[in-house]
Design a protein around this ligand. Structure first.
Ligand SMILES: N[C@@H](CCC[C@H](N)C(=O)O)C(=O)O
Length: 297
């Protein structure tokens, strides 16, 4: 029969602070086509090198993803979500990943609502149907950079400072932070060559020393925007959640859409509702689990 002194003897053995995982399992997920490798780092720290991330992100030889996501412990929330782009850069947040991580946490906890902390601040995710999640993305920031183009860029400014954009610019472009930085151009030119060429030009422009996500938005009517986004550190993706919020905020500010609109992206649709009562942007969209796997590190 065991007694207190025996158990004390066992627990007093020196133990390592944590036992490093030899391999690590992951869940491959996507939100409207924007895809992620999601790691459970609640029990053991996960700090991949830039080389490991870019190798893993490769769609030909690795698992392939737009962003790598780690779910970490948090004192202030249900979890902390860490985000790396496919190029290995660590960034503030990711809207589509917040829906995926929110869904995973709600499934694990059997709850309908969770709080997820990020480097951009805490967010709340709640169920909005089967494999659908709403995330409260908080208040948009319109003063995130002091460059002359910041809040109300004009077409002449773009020509002078960003180089010619080879497309009709239909409305004044906007700069919006959803915790991460976005510029939004309103144009009906959205072909791959244009989005890739102009997107990479603007992403690396000296006006944006931290880089920027670049949206190309075509307003279809007061309730619909067709959007393609060249993402900082990831290139052209099938969807960008924070980009959809930024496009809708910029469109509302220009009187082009109602406060609630559908943003049509390459991989599906996102509903974006900029609540006038709270000034918060609510994003609703799908969550998909593709498969599970094991990382080699
Ligand atoms: N796909 C994301 C945004 C991911 C980060 C972005 N590329 C950045 O560098 O800020 C989303 O759904 O919001």
């Amino acid at each position: 029969m065991s007694n207190g002194s025996e158990s004390r003897a066992v627990s007093s053995r020196p133990e390592p602070a944590y036992i490093p995982a030899m391999t690590r399992s992951f869940v491959k997920m996507n939100g409207a086509g924007n895809d992620f490798v999601v790691i459970d780092a609640l029990g053991a720290p996960f700090r991949p090198t830039q080389d490991q991330i870019t190798t893993l992100a490769d769609r030909a030889s690795g698992e392939g993803f737009d962003q790598l996501i780690a779910i970490e412990p948090s004192d202030a929330a249900d979890a902390f979500m860490r985000v790396w782009n496919a190029d290995g850069s660590m960034v503030e947040t990711c809207g589509n990943a917040l829906r995926c991580v929110g869904w995973l946490l709600m499934e694990a906890k059997g709850s309908d609502r969770v709080v997820i902390d990020t480097a951009a601040g805490p967010t709340t995710a709640s169920r909005a149907g089967d494999h659908r999640v709403t995330v409260d993305m908080g208040r948009p920031r319109l003063d995130w950079t002091e460059v002359p183009l910041a809040e109300e860029m004009d077409t002449r400014g773009i020509e002078l400072q960003l180089g010619p954009i080879d497309a009709p610019i239909l409305h004044t472009p906007g700069a919006v932070s959803m915790g991460n930085p976005h510029v939004v151009f309103f144009t009906d030119r959205q072909d791959d060559a244009f989005v890739t060429g102009s997107g990479s030009l603007v992403e690396h422009h000296p006006l944006f020393p931290e880089g920027v996500n670049v949206g190309f938005a075509h307003v279809l009517d007061r309730g619909h925007i067709r959007l393609r986004v060249w993402e900082r550190g990831a290139g052209l993706t099938k969807a960008c959640g924070t980009g959809a919020c930024a496009a809708q905020v910029a469109a509302v500010r220009r009187g082009l859409t109602d406060r609630k609109a559908t943003v049509v992206v390459d991989g599906g649709e996102l509903t974006i509702d900029w609540d006038p009562a709270t000034d918060h942007v609510l994003m609703t969209g799908p969550v998909e689990v593709e498969r599970t796997g094991t990382l080699p590190f």
